[in-house]
Design a protein around this ligand. Structure first.
Ligand code: ATP
Ligand code: MG
Length: 280
C-alpha cells in the first residue's frame, strides 16, 4: 500500500515541482514503485519527466471531474521502470471551480487514488502554489506532507498558514495526516541568510527537518528543459546526489530504520551539509 505524500507550500517557486520530480525519480531508482501525480494546472511535473502535454488524451482533470479511472490515465516512464506519472494539463484550472459544486468536494482526490494505491509504494503529489480546493483535496488524500522551503527572505512567512490548513484538514477530513519532512531548497551555505533560514526552520520543525539540504544547483534548473529528472540528466551533480540522499532518508522514515534497504545506490561525494546546524 503506497504512502501518499503531498509536496506542498502555497508560496510559489520554492522548489515543489523540482522536489516532486526528483524525489520520485530517486525513489524509483531505489526500486520503490512510485507514482508521481501532477496536481498543478501548470503541468510542470508532467513536462519535467518528458511528457508532452499537447499529446495527452487524458489527464488528472478527467479523473477528478469525469470519474475516469486513474489507471486509464497513468503513463509509464520508459526510462525509469519503477516510475509512473499521472499527468496534468491546464484543464485542471476548471476542476478547481467545478469541484466547488460537488458533494464531499474535499474527498474527490482520495477516492480517485484508492485503486491505484495498492500498486505503488510511494505516491508523490505535486501541489499548486495555493491553498485552494485542489490542495485541500491532495491533503485530504495524503498520509504525509513534505514541505519544501526556499532559503530566501520571508521563507517562513506563510508557513503558519500552511500549518493551519494542515490542522484544518486533520480536524475535518484526514485525522492521520502527518508532516513527513521539511526540506530546505536552493541552499547556499556561503549566504548568511540561508544559514539563518536553516537555523530558524530547524528551531521550528526540529526533527522533521531533513538533515540533507538541496543546494542551489544550475543542473537542477536545466534538467526540466530536457524533460528529465536530474538523475537522468547529470547523475554526478550535487543536485542529483542531494535528492538521492533525501529519498533515502524518506525511505528510512517511512519504512523504519531497521528495514534493510533494497539496492540503494551509494550516496557519496559532495552531498551538502548533513547537519544544517553550525554550517559555517
Ligand atoms: P510553483 O509554485 O510555480 O509551482 P515550485 O514551488 O514548484 O513553483 P519549482 O518550479 O520547482 O518551484 O522551482 C522554481 C524555479 O527554481 C524553477 O525554475 C526551478 O528550475 C528552479 N529551482 C528549483 N530548485 C532549484 C535548485 N535547487 N537549484 C537551482 N534552481 C532550482
Ligand atoms: Mg510547481
Amino acid at each position: 500500500m503506497a504512502r501518499i505524500i503531498a509536496i506542498a507550500n502555497q508560496k510559489g517557486g520554492v522548489g515543489k515541482t523540482t522536489t516532486a520530480v526528483n524525489l520520485a525519480a530517486s525513489l524509483a531508482i531505489c526500486e520503490r514503485k512510485t507514482l508521481l501525480v501532477d496536481a498543478d494546472p501548470q503541468g510542470n511535473a508532467t513536462s519535467g519527466v518528458g511528457v508532452r502535454k499537447d499529446q495527452l488524451r487524458y489527464a488528472l482533470y478527467d479523473v477528478l471531474i469525469d470519474g475516469r479511472p486513474a489507471s486509464d490515465v497513468i503513463l509509464t516512464d520508459a526510462s525509469l521502470p519503477y516510475l509512473d506519472i499521472l499527468p496534468a494539463t491546464q484543464d485542471l484550472v476548471g476542476a478547481e471551480l467545478e469541484l466547488v459544486e460537488r458533494r464531499e468536494r474535499e474527498r474527490v482526490m482520495r477516492r480517485a487514488l484508492e485503486d491505484a494505491r495498492g500498486s505503488y509504494e510511494f505516491i508523490l503529489i505535486d501541489c499548486p502554489p495555493s491553498l485552494g480546493l485542489i490542495t485541500l483535496n491532495v491533503l485530504a488524500a495524503a498520509d504525509g506532507v513534505l514541505i519544501p522551503i526556499q532559503c530566501e527572505y520571508y521563507a517562513l512567512e506563510g508557513i503558519s498558514q500552511l500549518l493551519n490548513t494542515i490542522k484544518l484538514v486533520q480536524q475535518n477530513f484526514n485525522a492521520s495526516l502527518a508532516i513527513d519532512g521539511v526540506l530546505l531548497t536552493m541552499y547556499d551555505s556561503r549566504v548568511n541568510l540561508c544559514r539563518q533560514v536553516a537555523a530558524d526552520a530547524k528551531e521550528y520543525f526540529g526533527a522533521r527537518m531533513f538533515p540533507t539540504v538541496i543546494p542551489r544547483n544550475v543542473r537542477l534548473a536545466e534538467a526540466p528543459s530536457f524533460g528529465k529528472p536530474i538523475l537522468l540528466y547529470d547523475i554526478q551533480s550535487v543536485g542529483a546526489k542531494s535528492y538521492l540522499a533525501v529519498a533515502q532518508e524518506l525511505v528510512r522514515r517511512v519504512e523504519g530504520a531497521t528495514l534493510i534497504p533494497r539496492s540503494l545506490p551509494p550516496v557519496s561525494g559532495e552531498v551538502p551539509a548533513v547537519s544544517i546546524e553550525g554550517d559555517a
